[in-house]
Design a protein around this ligand. Structure first.
Ligand SMILES: Cc1cc2nc3c(=O)[nH]c(=O)nc-3n(C[C@H](O)[C@H](O)[C@H](O)COP(=O)(O)OP(=O)(O)OC[C@H]3O[C@@H](n4cnc5c(N)ncnc54)[C@H](O)[C@@H]3O)c2cc1C
Length: 494
């Protein structure tokens, strides 16, 4: 007997109807390019959302951790790059807790700002004296700065609520707008100096203090955008912490937890194909075994797509995907084990040199941006910071590698110098445009957030956003993307 007509028609009709969101299978495989904090945290968040059955391949051309790295001096490890984490970094705190890691005890040490000839500002052991000095030199500028930074941070912290409710943003502009309205977008376009002068901070405070903080964090001047400046000033004002054993443990820990397949190779490009009407991405790479490629339903690029940083090509995309404008700031970290030349700083007797951290003003003749007497990544209960008359480990940040004469200026003598040269942060004066997050249907760009501000927590926030965005787009949950008036929405949601 012939089947009834409805039996023939129903499957055909069903195929035409949209698949209910919940019925759609998760992606089979996802590629992440880069195993720095961005790559490892996005792998972790993607797995949290899509579930453990998704195959996660993470491509890394260097060491896991990227800019979170250590160097070994005298059998002990020291942070050579990103060292300190702001107290309010909630994702970083969460990673440390989830991975069973510990926050490293902070070893107190005083800071000062050096002009090349003398110290323009010196911290003392007495809180009230520090306040008095600030007031004496700069009036209430430091209070105005504090209020400005607190206001930015308070608004920025909204992101954690939005993310806890599953909301994502498809562009950096939408993300910023939802946190602080047009004012936050403007903060990516105008300089931190301009923004601070407008709220009544004096030019002298900007020149002595703000410049010193920005030189030490970004190696750049007070012309960096106000938002990036605020994030860096927040780190300098509040208490900070680090991960016991090294910040890079977060990256290796997250990759291990997700059981991601780390492929040691350099990704050379991504090409677009399609399968069953869906985009399919082919990732091309070179490794010690030669050239290879693999297909994925989704790709997250977690390394800078700027000409100075990547040789990366995208094929078959229409419109084409190019590198984004902007260059990176060269920065050199020299980890020096030796005896400080305290005379250079005006202290002939090294025993009397009181500072563990020396920041600098924007003086053309100065050949370094900042230097710190650093502690190892593992701190025992009885640990004490090395005194300036002892051989200590100093981390010197500069724009150019230090030559012999410059090293001799800073150190009486030294046992070792380990140098890392790195295009470290975006050069904020090289472009004002913010890169996109969505490059194609299921192809995302994470690292563009560094053009808003460059820090570990900023990258973790961006990683969570990309994972939520990828998930909401995959399941067509458009109500969770780029929603307006989110503060009100999250208050009224259960
Ligand atoms: C000197 C210095 C000091 C800093 N200090 C601080 C600080 O105190 N506090 C703070 O919060 N932040 C600090 N930062 C910023 C912080 O390090 C970065 O924001 C953060 O580590 C960026 O992580 P990421 O994963 O986005 O990038 P990265 O760590 O750069 O990771 C990108 C990874 O991608 C890999 N990769 C690149 N291209 C390819 C390719 N084609 N194929 C495969 N792999 C590729 C790279 O090898 C790298 O491992 C500092 C940075 C520097 C350089």
């Amino acid at each position: 007997m012939a089947p009834p007509l409805t039996a023939l028609l129903l499957p055909a009709l069903a195929a035409l109807l949209p698949v209910p969101a919940a019925a759609r299978a998760p992606p089979r495989s996802i590629a992440v390019v880069g195993a720095g904090l961005g790559g490892s945290s996005v792998a972790y968040f993607l797995q949290q959302h899509f579930g453990p059955q998704v195959q996660l391949d993470v491509y890394e051309q260097g060491g896991v951790g990227g800019r979170l790295a250590t160097v070994t001096v005298n059998k002990q490890q020291y942070e050579s790059r990103a060292a300190s984490i702001h107290a309010l970094s909630l994702h970083m705190q969460d990673f440390v807790k989830t991975l069973g890691l510990r926050q490293r005890r902070e070893v107190p040490g005083k800071s000062a700002v050096f002009s090349g000839e003398h110290f323009v500002l010196e911290e003392t052991d007495w809180y009230l004296l520090n306040l008095f000095r600030l007031w004496w030199h700069y009036g209430i500028s430091f209070l105005r700065l504090q209020m400005w930074v607190e206001e930015v941070m308070e608004k920025f912290m909204r992101i954690y609520k939005y993310q806890a409710h599953g909301y994502a943003f498809s562009s950096l502009e939408e993300l910023l707008r939802s946190l602080g309205g047009e004012a936050f977008i403007n903060m990516t376009q105008r300089s931190v100096a301009e923004a601070l002068l407008e709220v009544g901070v004096t030019q002298r405070f900007v020149d002595d203090v703000i410049a010193a903080v920005l030189r030490s964090s970004y190696g750049q001047s007070v012309l960096v955008p106000a938002f990036a400046g605020a994030m860096s000033l927040a780190g300098a004002q509040g208490s900070t912490w680090a991960v016991e054993g090294g910040n890079k443990l977060v990256c290796s820990g997250l990759l291990k937890l997700t059981k991601a397949n780390v492929i040691h190779g350099r990704v050379t490009g991504v090409s677009l194909h399609s399968s069953e009407g869906r985009a399919l991405y082919q990732v091309h790479y070179t490794s010690s075994e030669g050239q290879g490629s693999a297909f994925y339903d989704m790709v997250v690029v977690s390394t800078a797509l700027h000409p100075s940083r990547s040789n990366f090509s995208f094929q078959n995309f229409e419109p084409p995907i190019d590198n984004f404008p902007g260059t990176f700031q060269p920065s050199v970290t020299s980890v020096v084990h030796g005896y400080l030349n305290s005379s250079y700083f005006g202290f002939p007797d090294p025993k009397l040199f009181p500072f563990a951290s020396i920041l600098t003003t924007d003086t053309p003749a100065l050949f370094f941006n900042a230097m710190d007497n650093i502690c190892p990544v593992n701190i025992s209960a009885g640990f004490r910071r090395k005194q300036p008359q002892e051989a200590a480990v100093w981390r010197v940040l500069s724009q150019q590698p230090l030559d012999k004469q410059q090293l001799k200026t800073l150190f009486k003598s030294y046992y070792s110098v380990q140098v890392t040269e790195w295009p470290s942060h975006p050069r904020y004066d090289s472009t004002k445009s913010l890169p996109p997050i969505v490059l194609h249907e299921n192809l995302f760009y994470l690292s563009g957030v560094e053009w808003v501000a460059s820090s570990m927590e900023m990258i973790a926030v961006a990683a969570k956003n990309v994972a939520l965005l990828a998930y909401n787009r995959w399941y067509q949950d458009l109500e969770k993307i780029d929603q307006k008036d989110l503060m009100h929405k999250v208050k009224t949601e259960l």
